[in-house]
Design a protein around this ligand. Structure first.
Ligand SMILES: Cc1cc2nc3c(=O)[nH]c(=O)nc-3n(C[C@H](O)[C@H](O)[C@H](O)COP(=O)(O)OP(=O)(O)OC[C@H]3O[C@@H](n4cnc5c(N)ncnc54)[C@H](O)[C@@H]3O)c2cc1C
Length: 415
């Protein structure tokens, strides 16, 4: 529906697009949600499920430059760059390293926290509205630390949070084991993050929200968006494999694939992808009560409806290269080492594309070029976490309500 009352089209039915579509619907818009796949089948399918309003730091921190050679040499490491992709990712890497300067890290940390801190309240509001509260647990998560510098690293992780008024509690080895029985003996310290939650099924969560959106009158259109069409210089329709789709207002929420559409709308963004893997273990034979994150291995082990999911790590290799399944094998091995009692006979592997900008912030807000264009993409490691807030912010902007946080750090023209 266009031309009559308030209507909007959202491109991308990942968790960000679906949460945004519902927020717009709640604000009185007739919404069409367009995706080439069923909702939630891309990156939002396989994440670790953490609603981590407790994350306070960007990925690039001082000292990152010294780690680049290691990233190139170890294809199975927690953060790796494929040699063949190096020429393409080089400009992104330059910006990434620039963002690691202490003063800049401080600014970025504030912007991450502003967006992430209301996570649980935003998510509970959305889940209640969409009848999905049964898919969300509010038990917090525990970070575990091994090795020589375990105590120092745990304390540093607490300090960055306490400075931003986020709760984080130091745990001794015994206390960690009370929370997570069966942890490897190498774990000597833990940090408990009580203000976080997790979903027991990222895909069911997106599907449940999408079903609610539909029941409330939203239109789900399965189509590939090939281009944006203009009339007299104004964006007016999507060019899709199902024909032209006119729109009044448009939100681009196409995750790691947003760059081309954003370029057509007049903005150049250094969007790339941090690929991540998961291993889903059914019948693990152990009772993991809450998510555990390995500081060494850079992965989460999350209890989910279908078993335990080990998910994480970063591979810079673009959108087209085939997965390196050895990385999933390595994840499984690390998971096994952390939880030695876990049975791993039944496993499924997956790879997904985190949409990532070099400052670890998403783009949220209006286009300075076209008054009917809005953006919601680039949520890197925190797309599930930040999706409920993103939807709310976009709805505020599109209804002319002052947004509840300052959107300057997330502007599309900040690069
Ligand atoms: C291993 C791993 C673990 C993670 N763990 C967590 C976690 O614990 N917590 C957390 O908050 N985040 C986590 N993330 C990050 C999170 O999953 C992402 O940030 C989030 O899923 C991004 O959502 P999205 O809706 O922007 O993108 P997507 O889910 O990728 O959705 C984009 C959609 O756009 C559609 N699309 C794209 N182009 C077009 C087109 N031209 N036409 C039509 N449709 C199009 C795609 O089909 C897709 O459905 C993790 C990611 C990975 C990889």
């Amino acid at each position: 529906m266009t031309g009559t009352g308030r209507s909007a089209t959202v491109v991308g039915a990942g968790i960000v697009g679906v949460a945004t579509a519902i927020a717009l619907q709640r604000a009185g818009f007739q919404v069409t949600l367009v995706d080439r796949q069923e909702p939630g089948r891309a990156t939002s399918f396989g994440n670790a499920g953490i609603l981590s309003g407790t994350t306070a730091m960007p990925l690039a921190t001082p000292g990152i430059l010294a780690q680049v050679p290691k990233m190139l040499l170890d294809p199975l490491g927690p953060l790796t760059i494929r040699w063949s992709y190096l020429p393409k990712i080089a400009p992104w890497l330059v910006q990434f390293v620039r963002n690691a300067q202490p003063a800049r890290v401080e600014e970025l940390s504030k912007a991450i926290v502003a967006l992430s801190k209301p996570t649980m309240s935003a998510w509970m509001d959305l889940a209640k509205h969409a009848e999905a509260t049964d898919l969300i647990e509010r038990k917090g998560w525990v970070g575990v630390y091994e090795g020589e510098n375990a105590a120092k690293k745990a304390q540093a992780d607490i300090d960055v949070r306490v400075r931003r008024d986020i709760k984080a509690e130091m745990l001794t080895a015994d206390e960690v084991r009370q929370l997570v029985p069966g942890l490897a003996r190498t774990v000597t310290h833990g940090v408990f993050h009580p203000e976080a939650g997790h979903t027991v099924s990222p895909i069911q969560l997106t599907e449940r929200l999408a079903a609610h959106f539909r029941r409330a009158g939203g239109i789900l259109l399965q189509a590939t968006v090939e281009d944006i069409g203009f009339t007299d210089g104004r964006p007016t329709h999507l060019v899709t494999d199902k024909g032209p789709q006119p729109f009044d207002k448009i939100v681009i929420a196409a995750g790691a694939w947003s760059k081309k559409l954003v370029a057509r709308l007049g903005h150049t963004v250094p969007l790339d992808t941090e690929r991540g893997y998961h291993v889903m273990i059914s019948d693990p034979g152990i009772d993991l009560r809450l998510p555990v994150s390995s500081s060494e291995g850079k992965f989460f082990a999350t209890p989910m409806a279908g078993g335990i999911r080990i998910a994480g790590t970063v591979e810079l290799a673009g959108l087209d290269a085939a997965p390196n399944w050895k990385r999933a094998d390595a994840l499984l091995e690390k998971g096994r080492r952390l939880l030695p009692g876990m049975k791993t006979e039944k496993v499924e592997t997956w790879m997904g594309f985190r949409p990532t900008l070099p400052d670890s912030l998403p783009v949220i807000g209006p286009s300075p070029r076209h008054d009917n264009v809005f953006f919601a993409f680039g949520h890197h490691h925190l797309g599930l976490t930040q999706s409920a807030m993103t939807g709310r912010l976009i709805a505020q902007v599109m209804t002319g309500t002052p947004p509840e946080i300052d959107l300057t750090p997330y502007r599309v023209d900040r690069f």
